[in-house]
Design a protein. Structure first.
Length: 590
């Protein structure tokens, strides 16, 4: 290796940070227009900003009730304040110099890229430990090649998924740590921080812990790793519960870090700590003890918390049928379009192949083989879960980068050994990495013929893009503050960029209000009026052709919304004039 190669390997953190900074500059330039117009891309991003704003304006640390959805009662967000901290910190730093609007735009632009740095450093570290010291650049760069993953780190994407992905990457790096106690603590802290944020990645977090247990089963010398993991898991979970669990989550619920999961983690940690002190039992004895501890934990959980054995959201069958089943990310990958399938599944599939390749190469390496077995289990689980819900695609792609790094590094070494001219080797290596990284699949997906756009689909796309914009909402924002009955998916944006309140947002704890909106738009006009009055709404706002509106028209062609969209007038609705270019329709409710 050259002197420059030695230096780059030694200064790997600086190289990764430089790569991250370059990516940040590119993303900021690419999204500058959206940042200027505060184009928060998702309902969750809007609610996150509203939550931070409410906290900075005096709402309690443990009070996560959103009072402007379904007022005056509101509803409790099942999140925690952990992800609010960097957003609020940036707002507080910038606001004294440039004002609140610029401060919020700056926070929304910069905060999502902080977990990207954590993920890049963690995957670089995992590649150093599992593949080769010089492979760190591949590990970091491949994070930027995962289309679905990068989308979670883009400016304005201030929701919590980016931080959860970063913690998953840290957990993988911890599994590969040869220093046993430090590795166990790393996995435990990453697990707890992810649980404090949300439960979405719990299957992968459980598998991380399971990998530590199985390493101990195979090798008793791994007891320090297991013991450190158990102690850090219990201690950090207790601290996380005290510091971040909201008032609403201090009662048994299944969808967040509540007494349900606190008790489960504490018992699991105690059992694992006891296992780490088992001596001289042999592999069979350790396996039997581990299985017994797992069975005891599962039986106790089923006995004490039987309501949490099913879906954590606990939505009613009607709410699932009318709302949750229509959420695209909750559908399996088999229900997606061919281009989407290729884009989502390519990196996880290549990563799974790469882990098999790495397993074969590490078959006689007692240090790397157990970690690669754990990565293989994670990769296999993530690929399988794509057939359950496509929301797993981000985690699956991130996990896949480890196997792709191993495959890419082996390929680069093979190309370097060919003896071809330097230019040919560089071009061949770049082409090979482009194909393995998923960039080729991304562009190939664009070449797959799609259904030609119809006038209807064009209208839906245009309305979905225009309606949440600041110019479109500006005339509505100038009206006196009130409660507005509107689409479920429009509620979060409405309360974030105007002073109005809305009835519902797309959150399962807001389920009763969601059903009210669906009943209003699906049912007869008299029912819609009664629901509006019950919620104190004085205005009715619709965006014709917005994606949600198509559900009501298709499902209830004679319902209130279908009649309203067809131009029918109602005596209890008084049209409110809007600019001619407005995508909205607005009525005053009498």
């Amino acid at each position: 290796m050259t002197i420059w190669g030695d230096r780059l390997t030694r200064d790997w953190v600086r190289v990764v940070v430089a790569l991250w900074l370059a990516a940040c500059v590119w993303f900021l330039w690419q999204r500058w227009g959206l940042i200027h117009w505060f184009g928060l891309p998702d309902t969750d991003d809007n609610i996150r900003m509203a939550q931070v704003r409410d906290w900075l304006h005096g709402q309690g640390w443990y009070d996560l009730r959103q009072h402007r959805l379904d007022p005056p009662r509101g509803f409790d967000i099942h999140w925690s304040r952990l992800v609010d901290l960097p957003i609020a910190g940036i707002v507080l730093l910038v606001r004294p110099f440039f004002g609140g609007i610029v401060a919020e735009k700056t926070a929304a632009a910069l905060a999502p890229m902080l977990p990207m740095l954590v993920a890049m450093v963690a995957m670089a570290l995992a590649a150093r430990r599992l593949v080769a010291p010089g492979a760190y650049a591949l590990g970091a760069a491949l994070v930027l090649c995962c289309v679905n993953v990068v989308a979670m780190f883009m400016p304005l994407r201030i929701d919590h998924h980016g931080w959860q992905l970063a913690m998953l990457a840290v957990g993988i790096a911890g599994l590969a740590d040869e220093r046993r106690a430090r590795g166990g603590i790393t996995v435990a802290l990453a697990t707890v921080l992810s649980l404090v944020i949300g439960l979405e990645l719990m299957p992968f977090l459980a598998l991380l812990g399971g990998a530590i247990v199985l390493r101990w089963v195979w090798d008793e010398a791994q007891a320090p790793r297991l013991g450190a993991y158990a102690l850090a898991l219990t201690g950090a979970t207790a601290i996380g519960y005290v510091l971040f669990t909201s008032e609403a989550n201090r009662v048994p619920r299944c969808d967040a870090l509540t007494p349900v999961w606190l008790s489960a983690v504490l018992v699991a940690g105690a059992l694992l700590f006891a296992l780490s002190h088992l001596r001289g039992a042999g592999r069979g004895g350790r396996l039997a003890a581990a299985v017994g501890a797992g069975a005891l934990l599962a039986a106790g959980f089923a006995l004490v918390w039987p309501d949490c054995l099913g879906r954590p959201e606990h939505v009613s069958p009607e709410l699932d049928r009318l709302w949750l089943s229509n959420v695209k990310e909750a559908r399996p990958i088999t229900m997606q379009k061919p281009g989407v399938i290729l884009q989502m599944a390519f990196m996880p599939a290549i990563g799974l192949i790469g882990t098999l390749f790495a397993l074969w190469r590490a078959r006689r390496d007692p240090q790397r083989l157990p970690a690669w077995l754990a990565v293989f289990a994670l990769a296999a689980l993530s690929c399988a879960m794509l057939f359950w819900q496509t929301r797993i695609a981000t985690a699956a792609q991130l996990i896949g980068t480890v196997g792709v790094a191993a495959l890419g590094w082996g390929l680069l070494r093979w190309i370097a050994a060919l003896g071809a001219p330097v230019a040919a080797r560089v071009a061949g290596g770049a082409a090979a990495l482009g194909l393995l990284s998923g960039i080729g699949a991304y562009y190939a997906a664009k070449l797959i013929p799609a259904d030609p756009p119809t006038a209807r689909s064009k209208a839906i796309t245009q309305a979905t893009r225009r309606c949440p914009t600041l110019p479109a909402l500006a005339p509505i924002a100038r009206l006196p503050a009130t409660t507005i009955m509107t689409f479920v998916d429009l509620g979060p944006r409405l309360i974030t960029v105007t002073h109005h309140s809305a009835i519902a947002g797309p959150y399962h704890r807001n389920g009763a209000a969601i059903l009210d909106i669906h009943h209003a738009f699906d049912g007869p006009p008299e029912q819609a009026r009664a629901i509006a009055r019950r919620h104190g709404a004085t205005l009715l706002l619709t965006c014709p052709n917005m994606a949600e509106s198509t559900i009501y028209r298709a499902r209830s062609p004679h319902g209130f919304y279908a009649q309203l969209a067809s131009g029918k007038r109602f005596a209890w609705l008084e049209p409110v004039p809007l600019p001619s270019h407005s995508p909205y329709r607005l009525w005053r409710i009498r």
